[in-house]
Ligand binder design. Structure first.
Ligand SMILES: *Cc1c(COP(=O)(O)O)cnc(C)c1O
Ligand code: SF4
Length: 353
């Protein structure tokens, strides 16, 4: 069944790594040596006792039927073998808790379908539009607020892109375009170059922002071609990466980020606060410090969006505020991310502190 070895990513292109990501729960558990855990070992999991009624594989299979398992090898290499509580593993491992409904947790928690005037374009905030540049992600994060998003209706081709470009060109209040997804860097550099050139021709757009988790997940994604379209434009470019835990930031990621900062791209990070993964002052402090070492400033720390299947990741607001208050007492102000929650119909992300 399993032929690949964990060391095998080094010679692969990012596209090959993307295509070769693990989707089979059985393979994931095998590679991480979790298929031979004694039933007793499962009791050590922090994720509640209910989940222990079924085997890990059974859970992973049923929870991934709804939202597929997806982990590239480059990310898997950073997960500790045999450790069910690994903070990176818990972000990607489908568990039975996802299948339990929770009050207030819905399929479209942000009401994004309503702010979606043109396929692939979301205009919710003043001056900024978000483009769903690619429906695909390199990794499927179990807490993802877009896990039920209708990407089928948001998969623009060139003609639809023209509609989105016309929309932006017509509205002179738009000064910033945000590439989002899915993960925008799952698109090819050729497509991204084309789109960026079109946007750069619209005079009132001054800034381009790319929200992406790919530099964390598959750092080889930051190719010379990628740097080229990011920097060969008069738009001011910012890349907002998405890292939740210091263990994600290994030397490969550091190398990719260095290339970006050397090229003059502003680097920010956003984090989702996740129970059992990063809800401690120690891990948030280490994350901020490591990010700064790599040339990245913390931007937002998000309270979880209430998407169906993610309730077990919730950190109550009061505890979230306590954590950030403690973080403020430990770190310089510029290393403390803003604690925010997204509220539908609100003109901005709402600060909780
Ligand atoms: C988060 C978000 C933005 C950007 O908000 P900032 O506060 O500028 O980071 C823009 N559009 C949408 C739809 C968003 O969700
Ligand atoms: S990379 Fe971002 S959009 Fe993709 S699954 Fe993870 S959180 Fe969701």
């Amino acid at each position: 069944m399993i032929t690949r070895s964990v060391a095998s990513v080094d010679s692969l292109t990012w596209q090959e790594q993307l295509a070769g990501s693990i989707r089979d729960p059985k393979e994931l558990l095998h590679l991480l040596e979790l298929d031979s855990l004694e039933p007793d070992a499962l009791e050590l999991g922090t994720h509640g006792t209910e989940s222990l009624t079924k085997s890990l594989l059974g859970q992973a299979l049923s929870a991934s039927a709804d939202f597929q398992l997806r982990v590239p090898m480059a990310y898997l290499q950073r997960i500790k073998k045999g450790d069910l509580n690994d903070p990176l593993l818990l972000q990607v491992l489908p568990l039975e808790e996802e299948l339990t409904g929770a009050p207030g947790y819905t399929a479209d928690p942000l009401g994004e379908q309503a702010a979606n005037p043109i396929p692939g374009l979301i205009h919710k905030y003043h001056g900024r539009v978000l483009l769903i540049v690619s429906p695909n992600c390199a990794i499927n994060c179990r807490y993802c607020f877009r896990r039920h998003f209708s990407y089928q209706n948001n998969k623009p081709g060139r003609n639809e892109w023209q509609q989105a470009l016309d929309y932006i060109a017509t509205d002179h209040s738009i000064t910033e375009v945000i590439y989002s997804g899915g993960d925008p860097l799952a698109a090819s550099d050729r497509q991204l170059l084309w789109l960026t050139e079109q946007i750069a021709q619209i005079n009132h757009v001054k800034r381009l922002r790319v929200h992406t988790r790919l530099p964390i997940v598959i750092p080889d994604r930051i190719t010379d071609h990628c740097l080229q379209w990011l920097t060969s434009t008069d738009l001011l470019t910012t890349l907002v990466i998405h890292s939740n835990h210091p263990n994600e930031l290994d030397h490969h990621v550091g190398h990719a980020l260095k290339k970006l900062s050397n090229a003059g791209v502003t680097l920010l990070n956003q984090t989702v606060l996740l129970s059992g993964i990063n809800d401690s002052v120690e891990s948030l402090q280490a994350l901020s410090e490591k990010l700064f070492q790599l040339g990245v400033l913390p931007y937002y720390i998000h309270q979880l969006d209430k998407v169906k299947g993610a309730a077990h990741f919730e950190v109550p607001d009061q505890r979230a505020k306590q954590l950030i208050t403690k973080l403020m007492a430990q770190l310089p102000g510029y290393l403390v991310p803003k604690l925010v929650r997204e509220i539908p119909d609100h003109p901005n992300k709402v600060p909780l502190l």
